[in-house]
Design a protein around this ligand. Structure first.
Ligand code: SF4
Length: 73
């Protein structure tokens, strides 16, 4: 059976350093000294998918995106 996974992406062009993503998903995102997000990894553990969805929805510029990787690769 193939497992899918959820991947996290930040569009560096669209991001305006609002920082809401790091507030909503501190387990995977922290901010650099200019307020831009730095990911601790691009894969979202199943236990954090709901929080990741809320954080993506809160991004004012929609720069944070989640993508399902059905192949799990
Ligand atoms: S909430 Fe969106 S615009 Fe703000 S730092 Fe995160 S990705 Fe960038």
């Amino acid at each position: 059976m193939t497992k899918s996974r959820t991947l996290l992406r930040i569009d560096p062009i669209g991001c305006r350093a609002h920082g809401l993503c790091a507030e909503g998903l501190p387990e995977l995102i922290h901010l650099d000294e200019w307020g831009y997000p730095v990911l601790r990894g691009d894969e979202v553990p199943p236990s954090l998918v709901a929080e990741a969805r809320r954080a993506a929805a809160a991004c004012p510029t929609l720069a944070m995106r989640l993508r399902r990787d059905p192949a799990g690769q």
